[in-house]
Design a protein. Structure first.
Length: 306
C-alpha cells in the first residue's frame, strides 16, 4: 500500500508567462484552446497552445489575476520557445508577454496541506487566500491536490509552510495518477489535445471563437475521427517520455507514445497516448517483446465523441 501524499513542495519544473494589458484577454482568446474572455477574475482554466495543424506546442494552467493580467503556468522546458512564438502574434495588441517565473512562487499541495475550502472545489476552480491563488487539481489515488501561485515575496499560511515536504518524485507520480500532464519539450508537436484527454478534463472549449489548430480539434471531436486517447499504465521497467508502445507480437508500427512517467511503489507508472483499439490488447514497452504494460484507472471519465 502506497503512503498517502501529504504536504507541499516548490514546483521547480514549472514556469510562468505573464500576459498583461488592455488586450491581454482578447489576445489569449485568439491563441488558446479554452475560453479566457469569459473567465472571471481570480479563476483558472486548463488550456493548450497549438500549431496550425492542431498539435500541442504547450499547455497551461491559466490564472486570471486581474482584469488585465494573466499568469500562464507551463513546463519550464517549453517556456522560452512558447514565449517567443506567442510574442510573434501580439502585433498591435495592447498586451505585453514576459517570463515571470522568478516573480511567482509555485507550490504543489497535497492532502491536509490543501486548505479545506479548496478541497470542496471542482478541478480548475480557485480559492483566493490573501495574495495566493490555490487551483484545485485532479486527485491522485483519492488524495486532494492543488497548485498554489503567489507573488514571490508573499508570506504563506503556516498550514502550508508547516506541512511536510513532498519529494519531486512523489509529486511526479501524483501527476501520472491524476492523468493531467503538461506538455514537456520531449513531446512538443506530438499530440492533438484529445490525444491527451484534454476535452475530458475541460482543457478545450468547443463554443469559443477561432484559434490556431481549431479546425483540426473540432474535426476530431465532431466527425468521429478520434483514434487515440491517453491511458495510465503500469510497468516493471521505466518508460521514457517519447518512447513507443507496441501491441504484443506486432513490431510493424507502434500503437502509442509515452507522455510522462514516474516511479511507484511497485515499479513505474506512465501516461501513454495510444490507439483506442489497442487499449484492450496486451501491450509492451519499446517493442512487441519489451516489458509488459498493465492498464490502470484514471480519476475521470473519458467523454464520448460527439
Amino acid at each position: 500500500m502506497t503512503q498517502a501524499l501529504q504536504g507541499h513542495l516548490s514546483l521547480q519544473h514549472l514556469g510562468v508567462i505573464r500576459a498583461e494589458g488592455a488586450d491581454a484577454a482578447s489576445f489569449l482568446q485568439g491563441q488558446l484552446s479554452h475560453d479566457v474572455q469569459l473567465l472571471p477574475v481570480g479563476q483558472a482554466r486548463l488550456a493548450a497552445f497549438l500549431s496550425a495543424k492542431g498539435r500541442m506546442q504547450a499547455s497551461f494552467i491559466v490564472i486570471k489575476r486581474s482584469a488585465e493580467e494573466f499568469w500562464l503556468i507551463t513546463s519550464r522546458d517549453v517556456l522560452p520557445a512558447t514565449l517567443k512564438r506567442l510574442s510573434m502574434f501580439v502585433l498591435r495588441a495592447k498586451c505585453k508577454l514576459s517570463d515571470a517565473t522568478e516573480a511567482v512562487q509555485l507550490l504543489g499541495l497535497a492532502g491536509d496541506a490543501v486548505p479545506a475550502e479548496a478541497r470542496k472545489l471542482a478541478p480548475w476552480q480557485v480559492l483566493a487566500l490573501d495574495d495566493a491563488s490555490i487551483v484545485r487539481l485532479y486527485a491522485a489515488e483519492g488524495e486532494s491536490r492543488a497548485l498554489l501561485a503567489a507573488p514571490a515575496a508573499s508570506a504563506l499560511p503556516a498550514q502550508i509552510t508547516g506541512s511536510p515536504t513532498i519529494t519531486a518524485a512523489a509529486w511526479q507520480l501524483s501527476i501520472v495518477q491524476a492523468g493531467v500532464p503538461l506538455i514537456t519539450a520531449t513531446v512538443v508537436d506530438a499530440f492533438v489535445p484529445q490525444m491527451l484527454n484534454f476535452e475530458s478534463v475541460d482543457g478545450v472549449s468547443f463554443k469559443k471563437g477561432c484559434y490556431p489548430g481549431q479546425e483540426v480539434v473540432a474535426r476530431s471531436q465532431f466527425r468521429g475521427t478520434l483514434k487515440r486517447r491517453m491511458y495510465r499504465l503500469a510497468s516493471a521497467a521505466q518508460p521514457q517520455p517519447g518512447q513507443e508502445v507496441f501491441a504484443a507480437n506486432d513490431d510493424s508500427q507502434p500503437v502509442g507514445t509515452v507522455v510522462q512517467s514516474a516511479a511507484s511503489a511497485s515499479g513505474f507508472e506512465a501516461l501513454v497516448s495510444m490507439q483506442i483499439a489497442a487499449a484492450s490488447a496486451p501491450l509492451h514497452l519499446g517493442s512487441s517483446t519489451g516489458a509488459a504494460l498493465q492498464l490502470l484507472s484514471l480519476p475521470y471519465a473519458l467523454k464520448e465523441d460527439i
